[in-house]
Design a protein. Structure first.
Lengths: 297, 313
């Protein structure tokens, strides 16, 4: 509605009374909208600011009403890194997120390609099953899955029960990639076939280069998923602190430090920071992925 | 002769399709179909993981529905979250979407800042809010008291724990903001111009132009919001644990849903029954309730006519 107002060319001269009221209204609107924007910014940013400031306080000060650290305890960050296990959690998280992401992309891409570009009976049914798998709460199947991994394969206390399934096509990634591949015109695929490319070569040489933004979005989502996952490590890794991830270990932090809020917030910052850094480097791919599917809890 | 080559060609095409789908076909069988059937099987079994499972008929089902003291509170909480949290998230997400499409100066910076909280890992975000909303000493209560306002007990008060979780969910509105932003920018400008020529006020334009155009996206946000609420696990669990002061490894048993069952959700019951009381059979009953509820809303999402995700291109 207001875009309309402002898209009209604004003439500086001569200033008719009507134009003047229109301009005043536009200015008022600008002030109103941007004040709301600043207010919303406070709501979204202040929690980060408070957490960061507390991460630099002494433990006594974290429980006081002070807003600014005094003195600034930069040593908190060194202390957290020296907490037993913290570096192991980092290594495990990178393993889970990194290996999991590579496996997910490799296994989901051919599936998504078949669902987007092949014509076969049962295609719609397959897609509906993919969506159902995507919407399935992980807790629904956790009892048999746990019995399978822990009792039959003896793999509890490791992250393998979380990493191995990613080699078998993650439903969300298949769906997102399929949505992306649908936007690639069939003509490119057909042209490659006419030139004598087999299906695999068409996928690798023609489709993959065009689908790079979609693949980047899937990789990012999967990386974040593994980074954030709490339930998976809780089920499979909890019994062995050597297999804990950051998201899982973070919670124990408060216990290990006898509810020291300052160090707990230092650790919180260290868990949040990598995700936010990755986002700044890959913002475009990420936002594109969100608009494409609109889901991911 | 021609028929043979055609059949061979078809067979090759089918083989090719199967080859490309194979990772998912295996995944579907091993990580979806088998465990789902197995969950149904265990729901009729008495099984603690040590003594071999024995048939128990409908006992697990009657236990969960009639005697398990946490089931109905968890379902009530889920209903509360669906009604309050989901609708507030949709309204707030739409509001922030509207705001961001109107911001002319520094739009990119605002958008990034509004989006960031969505990325905060759930455990970290919940810990942060547990600190911010810590009764008495947390910054939020300090500010409220400074302003002479009542300072709630948030995660430590059964009446305030779900509103506190809602606040956390509103903070991470980034996903809905992006979806609504895209939808709002897709509304044809001519319709606004026509409405304006007809003398429609800003509110009328929103009601008669904006809303009808973005209605499918609003529906999408509501339905996926409900599905996400069914899966709501990490935030209420961590909030309850941190607020109660019971942390893993501390030795004491965590009272599920602290304070006073107010943060219990169905997925937490599966964990509680399966991995704390080792009643796998009853855990599978709750899992199936969760399954039926999630799939009912997923079906709503995929309905052929007027479905929100079009299965057939």
């Amino acid at each position: 509605m207001t875009q309309v107002l402002e898209r009209r060319p604004v003439r500086a001269t001569p200033v008719s009374p009507a134009a003047r009221t229109a301009r005043r209204r536009a200015l008022l609107e600008w002030i109103g909208v941007h004040s709301l924007g600043v207010a919303a910014t406070l709501f979204f940013v202040l929690p980060f600011v408070f957490v960061f400031l507390t991460s630099l306080m002494s433990d006594a000060q974290a429980l006081s009403r002070d807003l600014l650290p005094h003195p600034w305890e930069w040593g908190n960050y060194a202390k957290v890194f020296h907490t037993p296990g913290f570096l192991t959690w980092w290594r495990n998280t990178l393993l889970y997120a990194g290996l999991g992401t590579v496996l997910t992309v490799l296994s989901s891409l051919p599936v998504a390609y078949a669902l987007a570009k092949f014509r076969f009976r049962g295609r719609n049914l397959s897609l509906m099953l993919v969506i159902s798998m995507m919407m399935l709460p992980p807790q629904v199947i956790i009892i048999p899955m746990y019995l399978f991994w822990a009792k039959q394969l003896g793999l509890s206390g490791t992250l393998w029960p979380l990493i191995v399934p990613m080699a078998f096509g993650d439903a969300f990634s298949v769906f997102l990639l399929r949505q992306f591949l649908m936007t690639i015109p069939d003509e490119y695929v057909d042209a490659a076939k006419v030139d004598g490319c087999g299906d695999l070569r068409t996928l690798l040489r023609v489709v993959v280069p065009m689908a790079r933004p979609g693949i980047a979005a899937v990789a990012l989502f999967q990386f974040f998923y593994a980074w954030n996952d709490y339930f998976g490590p809780q089920i499979y890794a909890s019994e062995n602190p050597g297999a804990w991830t950051l998201s899982y270990g973070l919670e124990s932090f408060k216990g290990a430090h006898h509810t020291d809020w300052n160090l707990t917030m230092t650790a919180t910052v260290l868990v949040m920071a990598p995700v936010i850094l990755v986002f700044f480097f890959a913002q475009k791919a990420f936002v594109e992925g969100v608009t494409l599917t609109g889901v991911k809890g | 002769m021609a028929a043979v080559t055609l059949a061979a060609k078809r067979r090759r095409a089918a083989l090719r399709t199967a080859a490309f789908l194979s990772p998912w076909l295996i995944g579907f069988a091993v990580f979806f179909a088998y465990p789902l059937l197995s969950t149904v099987y265990f729901s009729f079994m008495r099984y603690d993981g040590f003594v071999p499972p024995t048939w128990s008929g409908g006992k697990n089902w009657t236990y969960v529905f009639a005697h398990y003291p946490l089931f109905w509170p968890a379902l009530r909480n889920t209903l509360w979250l669906v009604v309050v949290m989901v609708s507030l998230r949709v309204v707030f997400g739409l509001g922030i979407g509207l705001l961001i499409t109107r911001i002319k100066t520094g739009a990119g910076v605002f958008r990034t800042l509004f989006y960031l909280p969505y990325l905060a890992p759930p455990v970290a975000a919940t810990m942060a809010f547990a600190f911010l909303l810590n009764p008495g000493t947390g910054p939020v209560d300090s500010i409220l008291e400074g302003l002479g306002l009542p300072a709630p007990g948030w995660f430590n008060d059964p009446d305030w724990s779900k509103p506190a979780l809602t606040l956390l969910a509103l903070w991470g509105i980034g996903d809905l903001m992006v979806i609504f932003m895209a939808a709002l920018l897709d509304v044809p400008t001519e319709q606004y111009e026509a409405a304006e020529l007809d003398g429609a006020s800003a509110l009328q334009r929103f009601r008669w132009v904006t809303l009808p155009n973005i209605a499918p996206i609003v529906m999408f946000a509501v339905v996926t919001g409900v599905i996400q609420t069914m899966q709501y696990y990490t935030q209420p669990l961590i909030a309850g644990k941190v607020a109660s002061g019971v942390i893993q490894g501390a030795g004491t048993q965590f009272q599920p849903g602290y304070p006073d069952k107010s943060t219990l959700t169905l997925p937490q019951l599966v964990y509680n029954l399966g991995f704390q009381t080792f009643d796998y059979g009853s855990a599978c009953v709750v899992a199936l309730v969760l399954f039926v509820l999630s799939m009912a809303f997923t079906a709503l999402l995929m309905r052929r006519r007027g479905g929100l995700i079009q299965a057939g291109d």
